[in-house]
Design a protein around this ligand. Structure first.
Ligand code: GLY
Length: 588
């Protein structure tokens, strides 16, 4: 498809030094720092912190807490996620992953969601207190702030406390989203009262105040993560669990810890790709797919050739996901083998020598009810420090349960386990033994926060209309190499969304806004179907794919990528919020 471009100039730093999401098609350009999130007020919070002297970590922590207030659909303190941090220190820089994924409570068991006949009990792993994993967000954000932040947890929490206490105007998107969440939220007292105002739904423009959440955030600002995991908030969570028949105890909360892990590192056409290890499957699958695709001619974007080769690669990586991936602290995961060039060569041979496979019928259309329930934000600061963070409540508004008296929603992340190995979860993903439920284990995720490094300028970093030149080149600053910071929500589609945006920039030379906007497709092995965005592909291409044997199904948006690209010559930052959502890129 041809992407239409305006001939206007990009939005650059204006008189006030601010740069915000362009109404048109170009990425936002900023000389110093840039924040891209799924919710405009949270992006503004990130900018506020950067301009107050905070670094990318301070800004990211502040955005994480702000989204818990302004984007209750997925932003959270009652869920979990993964943060990839790359500090521009020293010659090589330093990168870590903070794994603050939720954890199964001690009383969880392999068969907890099965009925007497051994079938999955409807809703059991998705709705209500038994679906909740021990939340990790507060531990994760506090850990990273302590390790790398400059301003401290209390300062990073201040904007979120302000937004919760003073309230903020409800956007059209939030009012629609709350309306969409009615069926779930109305089932639980606190949720019905806070998010649905007992049936008097919020209209756009009305002010949404959350005094109970403000109080909780204040307790965390004063007492640190202990306030959440051992103090008053822990007691409120345990009481809510008792009321609704959940399993999480004070002991589960007290022992929870965010874990620092080494990022997975892959190579692709001269670039280094940093991403997340298990218990997310995202990094392994992303590197496996990039390894397969590296030497191949991908043709032009979204042509039959590129879709076929990429879909066959996706199919194999997702089959491996189902067979081998789980929490590597509990099961043996062959990460090195799956991400090795030798294995990629074997898969490539298989793909090149096979005809497009006739679909194996897997029981009709998938249960694709999910939208973009998870949420991602990306931050780069003036020193070149970068954060890619993806976190979630799992389903929209998580389990639907709000912690009584504490004002925040709890996740339904237990559904990301294989409740019955071999049966699909809410994303239609079939998962295996490696991801079976065990006490204290973390469920397999698809979250794929990713950072790309490299000096190769032959890719789409700047603004294409201006010949890929960003304005006012500056002398190089030390520690070159940061190129792309990105991630996406979208359940099982996350990994393929990140793959496509990376390829759009590195291979197809799109600028970052084009790269996040371009139509996407998705194959996840089972069900055996090729999902395509319903607006983005030519009838001819779809026909050819069908003739080749693909079962093609169309749907609305796939993923919602928030990305930042850095021009290797000039160091200008270019941000793009995915137009599939309501996010905003803002920089200075
Ligand atoms: N809950 C979605 C994921 O972790 O992939």
């Amino acid at each position: 498809m041809t992407l239409k471009r305006r001939n206007s100039l990009p939005v650059l730093c204006c008189a006030l030094g601010l740069a915000v999401q362009a109404p048109g098609f170009e990425p936002v350009a900023a000389k110093h720092g840039i924040v891209v999130s799924a919710e405009p007020q949270a992006s503004d919070v990130g900018l506020e912190i950067l301009e107050a002297g905070g670094n990318a970590v301070d800004a990211a922590v502040a955005v994480g807490f702000a989204l818990a207030v302004t984007h209750p659909y997925a932003g959270n303190i009652g869920g979990g996620g993964f943060m990839l941090v790359r500090m521009a220190t020293g010659e090589a820089g330093e990168a870590i992953v903070v794994d603050y994924r939720e954890e199964a409570p001690a009383a969880a068991s392999r068969i907890m969601y099965l009925d007497a006949k051994g079938d999955l009990a409807p809703e059991a792993s998705v709705v209500g207190a038994r679906a909740v994993g021990v939340p990790g967000t507060v531990a994760g954000l506090a850990l990273v702030e302590e390790k790398y932040g400059k301003l401290g947890l209390a300062r990073a929490l201040a904007p979120a406390i302000r937004l919760a206490e003073q309230g903020f105007p409800v956007s059209y998107a939030l009012s629609q989203s709350l309306q969409g969440g009615q069926a779930l939220l109305s089932r639980f007292d606190g949720s019905r009262r806070i998010f649905l105002r007992n049936g008097k739904l919020y209209e756009p423009g009305e002010i949404f105040k959350q005094p109970e959440l403000a109080h909780t955030l204040r307790l965390i600002a004063q007492g640190g993560p202990d306030a959440f995991y051992r103090g008053a908030v822990a007691k409120a969570i345990a009481a809510t669990m008792e009321k609704y028949g959940g399993l999480i105890t004070l002991g589960d909360l007290e022992q929870y810890q965010a874990k620092v892990r080494a990022p997975l590192e892959g190579r692709f056409r001269g670039f280094t790709v940093l991403t997340v290890p298990p218990p997310s499957s995202g990094g392994v699958a992303l590197i496996e797919m990039l390894n397969v695709l590296e030497p191949l001619d991908l043709g032009s974007p979204n042509s039959y050739q590129s879709i076929h080769v990429m879909a066959e690669t996706m199919r194999r990586a997702y089959a491996d996901r189902a067979a081998y991936l789980g929490d590597a602290d509990f099961v043996s995961v062959p990460v090195a083998g799956l991400t090795s060039p030798k294995y990629a060569a074997k898969l490539r041979e298989e793909i090149l020598n096979s005809k497009p496979e006739a679909p194996v019928v897997a029981g009709g259309p998938a249960a694709w009810s999910e939208g973009a329930q998870t949420t991602h934000f990306s931050v780069v600061d003036a020193d070149g420090n970068a954060v890619a963070n993806t976190y979630t409540l799992n389903g929209a508004y998580g389990s639907g349960v709000t912690v009584e008296g504490a004002g925040f929603l709890l996740n339904d992340e237990m559904d990301d386990f294989a409740s019955k190995p071999g049966a699909p979860n809410m994303f239609g993903l079939v998962q295996g033994e490696a991801n079976a439920i065990q006490p204290r284990k973390r469920p397999l995720s698809s979250m794929t926060p990713t950072i790309v490094l490299g000096n190769n300028r032959d890719s789409g970093f700047g603004i294409r209309d201006s010949g890929n030149q960003s304005p006012n080149p500056e002398p190089r600053i030390p520690n070159p190499g940061l190129r792309l910071v990105l991630g996406s929500p979208g359940g099982g589609t996350i990994i393929n969304t990140v793959l496509q945006v990376v390829l759009n920039v590195l291979v197809f030379k799109m600028d970052v806004r084009e790269a996040v906007t371009a139509p996407r497709f998705h194959h996840q092995w089972m069900p055996d179907e090729l999902l395509v965005e319903d607006w983005g592909f030519s009838a001819d291409t779809l026909e050819r794919l069908k003739e080749a044997g693909y079962k093609v199904n169309a749907r609305g948006g796939i993923g919602e990528c928030q990305a930042i690209a850095i021009d290797p010559e000039t160091r200008w930052r270019f941000g793009a919020a995915d137009p599939r959502g309501d996010g905003k890129a803002v920089g200075y």
